[in-house]
Design a protein around this ligand. Sequence first.
Ligand code: PLP
Length: 429
Amino acid sequence: MCAARIDCRLSPAVRTLKPSATLAINEHTARLAAQGREVFRLGFGQSPFPVPEQVIAALRHHAPEKAYLPVLGLPQLREAVAGYYRRTEGLDISPARVMIGPGSKELMFLLQMACEFEVLIPAPSWVSYAPQAGLFTRNVRWLTTDLDNGWRMTPAQLSRVCSEDPGRPRLLILNHPGNPTGATYRPEQLEALADVAAQFGLLVLSDEIYSGMDFAGAHTSLAQYYPDGTIVSNGLSKWCGAGGWRLGAFVMPEPLDGLRDAMAAIASETFSAVAAPIQYAAITAFTGSDGIERYLADCRRILCALSRHVAQQLRAVGAEVCDAAGGFYLFPRFAGTPAATTAAAKDSATFCDRILNDTGVAMLPGSDFGQPAGDLTARMALVDFDGTSALLGLTQGAADAEPDVAFLRRYCTAVMTGIDRLCTWLAGE
Ligand code: PLP
């Protein structure tokens, strides 16, 4: 019998959806490497550091846990997350307001599905916020930021957009320390943004997934200034080096219990609950310890030294770049480099392709982050090194000495070599 042809029509919202740019560059560079090309992987933003030993031990110990857990998460883990915010931010969070999901990205997806908001996104921003909004045909408004202003949105800008239609329900997505720029907001800047958000009744999704990687160890949550309107998003992926474990956490404000319940209902019909052993291990991560604090401080010292050094190198060849305040990234603009004129690339994607082709350095073009294509910007993730040996190298050195260039050359070799090649290319040599 001849089988009937399967008529598989994609729904309109997914027809134009492409794989996430960050995951796509990861696969592309892996393919190039498999063909024997020398590639410097500054495209994909995965932590170079190992999961802290104690957290791994907790996972081993809990491997036999096999039961489905409650949809909102394991009660002891929700308590540990609340405790984390009490300890790190002085926030009085009830565990009832904590929701655990398979990565913060999935929780953001549930949020966008559950609520009909116009979505305000500062540009440049992380690659998945706008596509998620698109999947639910939410209207997206970009709020353009600029390098001269440290890539930060201003309260006046936010107020201007909200004043256009003051009663409209809106979700503002704020991310600090930021991906792709590394920018963060100081407490007084957060306070001023919180005033505007409160004035217009905005719901704010404060994506603080890089909070533990704030180089000064001084991250401040927006929830300190706008507790009733802020959802704080975090997880194990960045500061705990466990992206592949897929565990994220939302802390939701009390007036939004209805939203939390709606999200839990969607979760119950989709992923059910995060893997039990991972949730048990996450208790150890969020509870913290002296060892985990030491680990975080060491990761930050390495990332900060590397980021400062790379920014200096880039400036020396005419690129403009803001120093990062935390996280894994730099977001340089290359328009002022000799290569920008000779390469005659009109958009950031072509420019990044040429760089990959000529130097082996993989980066993501600024256009993937909502930055105008003609602005020759790119995101570099300074993570192509073995964080385990770098941490070991640090503990063998002087206790509080900052990692110097010799250290970076020895332990962050691929990043340093990639930057040397890139700078030579940018200088037109
Ligand atoms: N938010 C930002 C800014 C990110 O960079 C990432 C991951 O790259 C995520 C959220 C998603 O993290 P998770 O692994 O918790 O889904």
